[in-house]
Design a protein around this ligand. Structure first.
Ligand code: RFL
Ligand code: PHB
Length: 393
């Protein structure tokens, strides 16, 4: 078995693991990143698209935001559509001028991988971590299978950035770990299409047929989502059915405008909320989806993951520069306060925008919420602050 020694072993090369590796490198803290999949796979995985104001600043401050600033689309509002009416929420106006950036998660991942490799930082692809051991000692380690060979990485700390199905949250004993979960009775069918978006800003719509979201990646690439039944499969959704359903759900009294084009990626995602507590066990620290999942309606998942990394980097810096463990001890509580705020907001957006096919009471409440969000400046202000900058508020 090959053995490697480092200061921090990072499990997972999603946005959380990659940013952590980079930020620790800037602090002079040695680290190794282990990723189960290959490079092409992680760079092609289409997911989030919305970067909060403070998180975009963070990426820029650490030297990972150059292409995002050049190619990302800066947006100042969103549209809420219901009952065939258009309502714009002027986010920037209501949130002290702050805006959000539309820039694909896989672009963030590509930028961070490029940085890592340019700096010569150890990043193992095809390295599945199979166990995390001795986290209650000062010399924890992870075992991985790297391209068929056994690899052991010994470290001072382990960062579990391996998503909700990874190995790290399973390494916390069941009598310590608490897991809170909500499963929603719908999923999202998402497509990426080679078509210029027919909208300047993101549109979130509640239609009697279901949820709809019109987003984008660039002036020539559209990203759209439909709320579907949880047992729906891609086979049931032909291109024609997808486009006509999008047109129906996006229609307003003035008509409907959706630009069609070849669909180059598609997928169905279940909608869940999960929080795992605590986010630290001994010398194992969880960050990102490994500790929490939000339904994508609030566009918070990647932002939360990157904000955890900011907190963890600061805590590890205090440890290595001053042997001060207070921030490490506070890590879980510090993060969870913000995580629950994001859970609340994502749950609010989800519950407001997904019609419930057979619950008239719920539908009445949803309409009341939508009217409040679009007619009350106070309610719109809360929504705006949460949407553009929840993780830095
Ligand atoms: P990731 O990105 O899942 O990365 C985890 C990495 O760990 C690897 N891994 C392992 N590696 C080694 N050993 C093991 N045993 C391993 N097990 C797993 C995996 O291969 C992977 O590379 O987690 P991370 O870094 O915490 O990042 C979280 C985000 O990916 C996620 O929260 C967002 O994508 C959520 N999300 C959105 N977030 C936003 O902030 N804004 C959005 O607009 C937004 N839209 C979305 C979304 C997620 C979506 N889906 C598909 C779930 C839209 C959708 C449709
Ligand atoms: C996206 O562009 O993929 C996107 C935008 C907003 C969301 C979720 C996903 O709430």
């Amino acid at each position: 078995m090959r053995e490697v020694r480092t200061q921090v072993a990072i499990v997972g090369a999603g946005p959380a693991g990659l940013l952590l590796g980079h930020m620790l490198h800037l602090e002079g803290i040695d680290n190794v990143v282990l990723e189960h999949r290959n490079r092409e796979y992680v760079e092609k995985r289409v997911r989030a698209g919305v970067i909060e104001f403070g998180i975009a600043n963070l990426l820029e401050e650490v030297g990972a935001g150059e292409r995002m600033r050049r190619e990302g689309l800066v947006h100042h509002g969103i549209e809420l559509r219901y009952d065939n009416q258009v309502h714009r929420i002027p986010l920037s106006e209501l949130a002290d001028g702050r805006a959000y950036t539309v820039y694909g998660q896989q672009e963030v991942v590509k930028d961070l991988i490029d940085l890592r490799l340019a700096q010569g930082g150890p990043l193992y692809f095809d390295a599945e971590v199979t166990s995390i051991e001795d986290v209650n000692t000062k010399t924890p380690y992870v075992d991985a299978t790297n391209a068929g060979e056994a690899l052991r990485v010994r470290a001072d700390f382990i960062a579990g950035c391996d998503g909700s199905f990874g190995a790290s949250n399973r390494a916390i004993p069941s009598d310590v770990l608490r897991r809170y979960e909500r499963v929603y009775p719908f999923s999202w069918l998402g497509i990426l299409a080679e078509a210029p978006p027919a909208t300047e800003e993101l549109i979130y719509g509640r239609h009697e047929e279901g949820f709809v979201l019109y987003s984008m990646r660039s002036p020539t690439l559209s990203r759209l989502y439909l709320g579907v039944r949880p047992d729906d499969t891609l086979e049931q959704w032909s291109d024609d059915r997808i486009w006509s359903e999008l047109a129906v759900r996006l229609s307003t009294d003035e008509g409907s405008k959706v630009n069609r084009g070849p669909i180059i990626d598609r997928g169905i995602t279940a909608m869940r909320s999960i929080v795992v507590e605590p986010m630290r066990y001994g010398r194992l620290f969880l960050a990102g989806d490994a500790a929490h999942i939000v339904p994508p309606t609030g566009a918070k998942g990647m932002n939360l993951a990157l904000a955890d990394v900011r907190v963890l980097t600061e805590a590890l810096r205090a440890f290595y520069s001053k042997r001060d463990e207070r921030l490490l001890d506070a890590y879980s509580a510090t993060c969870l306060e913000r995580v629950w705020r994001a859970e609340e907001f994502s749950n609010y957006m989800t519950q407001m925008l997904h019609p419930n096919y057979d619950d008239g009471f719920e539908n009445g409440v949803q309409h009341a919420r939508l009217r409040q969000a679009t007619q009350s400046r106070e309610a719109a202000t809360v929504l705006s602050r949460n949407y553009v900058d929840l993780n830095t508020l």
